[in-house]
Design a binder for this molecule. Sequence first.
Ligand code: ADP
Ligand code: XUL
Length: 525
Amino acid sequence: MAIYLGLDSSTQSVTATAIEVDDAGKRAILFERSFRYDEALPEYGTRYGVLPSSDPKIVHAPPLMWSHALDRMIDELVRDADVDWSGLRALSGSAQQHGSVYVNVLARGRLGSLEPGLPLVEQIGDLFARRTSPIWMDSSTNTDCAAIEAAVGGARALATLTGSRAFERFTGPQIRKFAREDPDAYASTDRVHLVSSWLASLLAGRHAAIDPGDGSGMNLMDLTSRRWSSEAMRATAPGLDAKLTPVEDSWSIAGTLSPYWTRRYGLPPARVVVWSGDNPCSLVGTGLVSEGLVAVSLGTSDTIFGIMPSPQPSADGTGHVFASPTGAYMGMTVFKNGSLARERIRDAYGMNWAEFSAALSRTAPGNNGRTLLPWFDPEITPLVLAPGVRRHQLETADADGNVRAIIEAQMMALALHSKWMGVRIRKIYATGGAAANRDILQVMADVFDADVLQLETGNSAALGAALRAFHADRLAEGRPLAWDDVVAGFVTPKVDAKLKPHAAHAATYKKLMETYAARERAALG
Ligand code: ADP
Ligand code: XUL
């Protein structure tokens, strides 16, 4: 019996999912555990996993907290008496994308010589060249985006090279801003990591590589060669080529668990597989390993993604093409006003999720034309830097109307802004925290006029990381498995739980979507 562990360091929480596999065909989820940073590690002062900021465009989080959470999670899982971790063969991880971790030269020696008798956080505080990390919710780099695009010949040229035009949250523009605003701290940075590669480095006891899946979210990687682009690095910051950790295949082995983990926690020297981003991991964890299927993740961000056989960047600059950790490509569109925007409406009317669902069922699909543009925070898709909710024919006091309006807005925005992928969507795999809510998923089915399926596990990112560890371990042993065989038995949709579209509602949304698109265009000016 072999155990594979997947860790997911997300915006608000950390999750661990372990799977067990044997040669006789047994496949089971062995262990799932999650905790939220705000509650488990209140000393870092985060709210929803991020530090308070007076400027809505600036969103940072402490890299020490993510590191602490990793240590806390490993501690919690080895205390679980029901699991014999001596069977752990390999582990990998998933992390919120784009966030960058800046470490100094001390990390080179320290990573491999951490003292097993002392907690991790007491030994790594002096390794950060920047105490806080900008994360994917940050949108403060508009001028850096413009400068990078201009240096490489425009937005289209950058999208053809890296898979995306410049986006405010992408790591390249964030590095450019840091190098510009704090050149001394940039100079003392020996390595720039992503959240994913930093946490993998802590586990392996050496600087780990960035995988092409997460590397695609930086505006720095040549999407075709899956290597850093010297042109993009030049456009970003001086001396960056010496600071970036290399890109390596998503199935490469960063090392084995370092003595800190084996001695402190009694874990075996399991293989540490390079980590990836949460969306690329979710692609694997929802079983979307072949073309023609899409998933919608309703997490802190709302995302829609699916496999693409060849890289075709969106002509209008809406979405992204990422390298998929399976070796193909993935198309994706991302929204910032996801779960937290739903929570704002829920909380504004003093509801819980059951009451929120009841409000959805009391209102008619189409909401009698009442809409809102859900830009509580600056939005990624479409680009909105000055936040503000815009209501049409909708009173703020109308609780039920606002509940339906936010869900319809989010679903219509997902449908409208994923058209560039050119897929006729007939079936959607739903994942992320809000995918537990079937009333929300019914609106999704009606807006997309497609079947919506729920999966057995809500955390497809952590499951995807565990499955990636399984895949990489079998490859390293010389017993490779095809991706379909890796995911088989783990990503089965829940039986009898399919949400089907109603023809009349789908027709209503087809019309309302035109109105919504027009209201969006008008608001953008
Ligand atoms: P992350 O992207 O940080 O991994 P998750 O996928 O764990 O986030 O989703 C967390 C979110 O799920 C919470 O912020 C909450 O709003 C949402 N959520 C949880 N349960 C429900 C529910 N029943 N209905 C709607 N949303 C829910
Ligand atoms: C993807 C994105 C978010 C984060 C957080 O481009 O910005 O989905 O990965 O989950």
